[in-house]
Ligand binder design. Structure first.
Ligand code: ADP
Ligand code: MG
Length: 157
């Protein structure tokens, strides 16, 4: 199932997304490039995940992540978007985002309204926060992966 590939380590540049207005909803999502997404296991299920994230050499924060279908490629390619549970002073397009995906929350869903979508994401964030405080997930926050030289691409180390 979804857990087979986890924990999954990934590093890559933050690129412009689809301008779907995530930031306007208060939940900006840092998008990985197509190349980084292509490096993911092809059988990793779409849905909502949680884990740890760090921008450049910055602090490691909790995150929720969506693996979904990429509208730019008629939904035949995946997209990977990370919402870091932290308030940043500035955008960080072009910076290196390092993540470790540690757990799975739920499959993708369609929502009847923007309010229902926001509510679901807020619940995902609360679930992620709770799960990440458990020892088996918390230990990955301290992983050496987050202390390697910037720019080095390492998957599934
Ligand atoms: P895009 O469609 O370009 O991905 P978004 O509305 O999803 O636009 O905003 C994503 C951008 O917001 C990220 O690339 C990053 O530079 C910035 N950002 C600021 N705070 C956060 C955060 N907490 N989590 C993720 N991205 C953030
Ligand atoms: Mg985005």
């Amino acid at each position: 199932g979804a857990m087979r590939n986890l924990p999954y380590f990934c590093r890559g540049e933050v690129v412009k997304g689809f301008g779907r207005g995530s930031k306007q909803l208060g939940i900006p999502t840092a998008n990985f490039s197509e190349q980084v997404v292509e490096s993911f296991p092809s059988d990793i299920p779409t849905g909502i995940y949680y884990g740890w994230a760090c921008v450049g050499n910055g602090d490691v924060h909790k995150m929720v992540l969506s693996i979904g279908w990429n509208p730019f490629y008629k939904n035949i390619k995946k997209s990977v978007e990370t919402h870091i549970i932290h308030t940043f002073k500035e955008d960080f397009y072009g910076e290196i985002l390092s993540i470790v995906i540690t757990g799975y929350i739920r499959p993708e869903k369609n929502f009847d309204s923007v309010d229902a979508l926001i509510l679901a994401i807020q619940e995902d964030i609360e679930e992620a926060k709770r799960q990440l405080d458990l020892p088996e997930h918390l230990k990955l926050k301290e992983d050496n992966f987050f202390h390697l030289p910037e720019g080095k691409i390492v998957n599934n180390h």
